[in-house]
Design a protein around this ligand. Sequence first.
Ligand code: BDP
Length: 701
Amino acid sequence: MLPRLLLLAFLCLGASLGCRADDGYRLWLKYDELPEASLRKAWQDRARGIVVEGNATPTLQTAAHELQLGLQGLLGRSVPVGAAPGGKGRIRLRVAPDPTLGREGYRISSQKNGLEITGPTDAAVLYGCFALLRQVQTGQRPEQLSLSSQPRIEYRLLNHWDNPNGTVERGYAGSSIWKWLELPDRLDPRYQDYARANASIGINGVVLNNVNASARYLTAEYLQKVAALAGVMRPYGIRVYLSVFWAAPKVIGGLPTSDPLDPKVAQWWKAKTDEIYKAIPDFGGFLVKANSEGEPGPQDYGRNHADGANMLATALGTHDGVVMWRAFVYKANSKGDRFKEAFEEFQPLDGKFSPKVLVQVKNGPIDFQAREPFHPLFGAMPRTPLVLEVQLTQEYLGFATHLVYLGPLIKECLDADTHSQGPGSTVAKVVDGTLEKHSISGIAGVANIGSDRNWTGHPVGQANWYAYGRLAWDHTLSSAAIAEEWTKMTLTREPQALASILPVLNQSRDVYVRYTTPLGLHHIMGQSIHYGPEPWLEKSARPDWTSVYYHKADAEGLGFDRTARGSNALSLYAPGARQVWSNPATCPPDYLLWFHHVGWGQQLSTGRTLWDELTTRYYTGADSVLWMQRQWEQARPALDAELHADVAARLRIQHREALWWRDACVLYFQTYAKRPIPPTLTPPTRPLAEVKELVDLYQLR
Ligand code: BDP
């Protein structure tokens, strides 16, 4: 009797604590009891027990355990694993060949006695279990449940930019979650929760370390640590990968060179690769940043990117791994337009890469700006599988302070039409391999994850991790549908609160663009740390790290002329895509200053002059943050108090900083435009000099 009472007391305490203490650790895998009794009952009838059929592999056991954990929480009663196969209300997990599902697709079907989750591999069944939990969590009913889904992209990776010393390059959520000093002896329980979260959205690979890589990861000592992490990930269908330092044969191999065509170098990589596969038989492969931003690479020896990538592919030999070679390059002393550089280096190499190589391309041609046109390499390398790289960590989007839901940004790139094989040749079809008939395909998200209790710093940063995974699995999902799923699983299913929160998520990226870089402005942020406005920046280690290089403000107007009269970067796009942007009169305003130098007094398609439109966007953008605050406030009754207060506080900072961006940019560009702020707007009350000082404060100079 006593234990029962104690349990009751614990539950009561838990329930009362539950009113305040949502620290975000559980992400979208909340599994709190469904509030609706009838819904609970409907699911309970179909979920009395879980049966694993056939060989209970570690992944199937993991799947059964997760399903049990989830259902017990959501339905508020015990759901045993291993219930009698003949019993009613059982959920059967079964690996079964199904040529219509690919390797990782699942099927959930209602049966007379319950439900069945099947798939051709145990990982597929695991994905099916998470899909079923998602149904329950988002409040769907079980009657006539029939679902099947398979991923459109094969390699769905997170890229961590984590360093051996625990720092995270461009990380804003604490330090690295990988505790290299403790590995391989101690496995932080967090690794498993990380793996659960990834598996729940179909991520099947993680690159553990920064692309600006340390050679240390390839030492025998570190490979043991990597192997320990691989052991945690394996039951979740996740493979580990490493970023490699090109000069490793010199730094840790004692060779005098890293020339990819030197037989000793090739032999070193071959032996190293064999050593890795001995420790980690399902190792995923290598990610390489070479001859970029000071990193060494094959060009140091007069070789090209294909020489380097192919040598590594040869080292992989028959091991089941791939090389992801990054196309994020721009020459150290370039005089041209940085927009064109990756294209000029990589496009001529199309057809020269070996079959195990994928070239990894950022979504846009410059560098993860709040809005970029799609990278011109998409569609222009039909004989090479291209990995789309997007950034989830908000390096250029307000760190972990600004609420910016990235679903629309990722989707905008995936949906962009390259016109490479006529209309409808979207980036998504290039990336998933269907357009150019590739047998391998990949997508990578630069992780926004750190040691903060809630993983991502900003609570809504979790939605970006979630949305990335869901789009990597199925790029045809809408970003709004994903936002709704995430919000229901993570925050609330209360209809009024949803009606307040969802527009905030869906519009947040556009709002951010408006108060930072409207009309196609780009790369005008604070130097080095990439935070806050610094449009006046004119001196840096290289011209293409300044702001004036990109906005080109002068007495006449604003914007980078990339037409034939200017850098002609537009010529890199297929005619159909180019046509959309090449005429300033018809170019969508969101991309205008990416491609055109436009006169201050020029009338835009919006009916306003450039100057008036620019200032109006800065003002409406900053004002929209107040709207976001009001919407968030309305959702308060439905949300955990602590979480609500946290986001509300961040929104206050966001508004202050939106005003900072607005005033900095409007006042600075006014020094060129020499026009008054439109009469409907209230001019900034502080002078430009005062705003400039704020940057110094943030940059800690
Ligand atoms: C830039 C980041 C830099 C990264 C680089 C990259 O500022 O820290 O190393 O991208 O992607 O945006 O390699």
